[in-house]
Design a protein around this ligand. Structure first.
Ligand SMILES: *Cc1c(COP(=O)(O)O)cnc(C)c1O
Length: 357
């Protein structure tokens, strides 16, 4: 098989050995001579697997007691609704930091459930920076942030300091850098960016923050129902949970978050340095807010894009097309993407510069 450098924004690259193990489990899981796809989610082996996944999340994010880990369906987009549904009181207000398309969608759902306040926004500059120095009212039910903006290529390097419950969508930078999970009330992440295949969303919840609304809750949208049922109120997305668990094992084996953060920093620094050096390209975001996961850049002469795309294709670079809201290019350099792939992209950028200037 030709080696393809996969820069897809999501669903995204997974470690080769994880794909190998996952494919083997599709035939024979845990030496049961049964596929992971055809066993009961209530079987001993499956429960042990889901428990291991939860424990790995707790370990990797450093959660102390009082946190519950769920794996739910519905994508991160379902959490746009579930977070306000579970935390926002009828008489309360939820704060939102609007840093991009996903944050806007989260806000839109919350608006259907209750009162919201946009505490800060970077919409004025097409979300090319992270707002800073804003006031956070202390009477909000929670503050919602998006730690990494997958589409616009910005990332919060520091999280807001506040006494109110902090809810973060970490879909595109979960497990990419050291954070203290205990600073958050809820962390959620769709698996398909940095953790596993589409279909499962990890939700970590500080249990003490639940149960404060008077809302009559639909069962499937009620975190407490899922907690009580240990993520098995209904059939959970077993296979995506399994692959996410394998990815977490891989992460741990390779030095954990600390080693991953170092490598991610190196990959990002290397690529941004080339974008800044290369006369044909420029970055699209404020330098201090540049994402270490989704590197967005545009061409100084967009009419030459087809030429660059041709060179990229020959070099087996895949998934570089920018989101339509930004244009140009986006290299997603998630945990599983090796430095070697970043270097392959840089070589093509340099070859293109030589040919074009
Ligand atoms: C991809 C993404 C989402 C949407 O995830 P789905 O699982 O498709 O619902 C939400 N937030 C962020 C930051 C994302 O990158």
């Amino acid at each position: 098989m030709t080696k393809v450098h996969n820069f897809s924004a999501g669903p995204a690259i997974l470690p080769a050995e994880v794909l190998q193990q996952a494919s083997e489990a599709c035939i024979n899981f845990d030496n049961l001579n049964l596929s992971i796809l055809e066993i009961s989610h209530r079987s001993k082996n499956c429960i042990a697997m889901v428990d291991e996944a939860k424990d790995l999340v707790k370990e990797l994010l450093g959660f102390k007691d009082g946190y519950q880990i769920l794996f739910l369906g519905g994508g991160a987009s379902m959490q746009f609704a579930m977070a306000p549904y579970n935390l926002l009181r009828t008489e309360g207000t939820a704060g939102y930091v609007n840093t991009g398309a996903w944050a806007t969608k989260a806000l839109k759902e919350a608006n259907k459930i209750g009162k919201t306040l946009v505490v800060a926004s970077s919409e004025d500059k097409n979300f090319n920076y992270i707002p800073k120095g804003y006031e956070i009212p202390t009477d909000l039910d929670y503050l919602h942030i998006t730690s990494n903006n997958t589409i616009f290529g910005t990332q919060m390097k520091h999280f807001p300091k506040t006494s109110i419950p902090l809810v973060s969508d970490m879909s595109s930078d979960i497990f990419s850098r050291k954070i203290d999970g205990n600073d958050f009330s809820i962390i959620y992440a769709g698996a398909q960016k940095n953790m596993g295949p589409a279909g499962a969303t990890m939700v970590a919840i500080r249990e003490a923050d639940l149960g404060k609304t008077s809302r009559k809750m639909l069962s499937m949208l009620d975190y407490q129902v899922h907690i009580k049922a240990e993520s098995m109120y209904n059939t959970p997305p077993v296979f995506p949970i399994y692959v996410s668990m394998l990815t977490m094992r891989w992460l741990k084996k390779n030095g954990g978050i600390e080693a991953m953060e170092k490598l991610n920093q190196l990959k990002a620094d290397t690529l941004y340095a080339e974008i800044d050096r290369n006369s044909m390209f420029k970055g699209t975001t404020a330098v201090e807010d540049r994402s270490n996961m989704n590197v967005t850049f545009v061409m100084n002469k967009p009419e030459l894009e087809a030429e660059f795309d041709k060179l990229s294709k020959v070099a087996n670079l895949s998934g570089l097309k920018g989101h339509r809201d930004v244009g140009g290019y986006r290299a997603s350099i998630y945990n599983a993407l090796p430095l070697e792939s970043v270097n392959a992209l840089i070589e093509v950028m340099q070859e293109f510069e030589k040919k074009s200037s």
